[in-house]
Design a protein around this ligand. Sequence first.
Ligand code: AHR
Length: 308
Amino acid sequence: TNTESAAPASSPAADKKIVLGFSQIGAESGWRDAETQSIKDTFGNDPQFELKFSDAQQKQENQIKAIRTFISQKVDAIALAPVVESGWETVLEEAKAANIPVFLLDRTVKVSDESLYTSFIGSDFILEGQNAAKTMIDQLGADKQVNIVELQGTVGASAANDRQKGFQEIVDANPNYKIIKSQSGDFTRAKGKEVMEAFLKSDGKNIQAVYAHNDDMALGAIQAIEEYGLKPGTDIFVVSVDGIKAAFEAIRDGKLNVTVECNPLLGPQLKQAILDYQAGQTLEKWIKSDEDVYFGQKAIDALPNRLY
Ligand code: AHR
């Protein structure tokens, strides 16, 4: 028998680098860039590791191809930030058959068999949506009549599905608050602006609030509101998710009301998870990030220390 090929892929010899293949979604937002940087910094600066990085340019098919390449290269671990939730079973089965652990980063997948991935490292997107709605209602007042337009993230992404769900849940419990329009802006600033322009054109002064699934779309919407001749942050309440530096600046400038933090700096947690896995430890199925909600003076005070 060939003893070499019988060795588990997850326990390389001591002198061998741990090879990590990371399939990233793309570069659609400031948040995504910060996540990519965190992975590159964490693994690029650690001589124990070798990082193979692949940018899927927003396409699931590219991610599936990248995973297959990582499998054929016999990497020791795969990290996947899945652009959408569904359609992963086959390729994850292939990784499992090759004995390569898969760590989901920041977004989740829908699979019937949870053993197809080792751990999910990331945020509670439902909670983020709930926090966005709660903070909006707190600040505007529960008695006020508020028509909300929603800029959703990428269609089919867990970050979009769950942020929608959490927000809707809270809004549904208050009859004064209504989501009157909802459309995807694909998590980008350009599309956020475009969709907001269309919302303003059709509903104009009937809009009291914007809920954007990420800061970049909110920043695009802010521009659209200004060009329409209204004051974002004053005439129209704007709340979004992520907590990128540009959002804190917009809060300081009075144009954005609230940002719900979503931590992209997942490199260190991923590294720890891979090392624990290699040491034979049982990992949490969901390794959660600690996050906060920022508005007003609290955001202004936090701005100088924002890392992304
Ligand atoms: O999956 C996390 C989301 O993806 C972030 O909120 C968004 O900015 C990014 O593109």
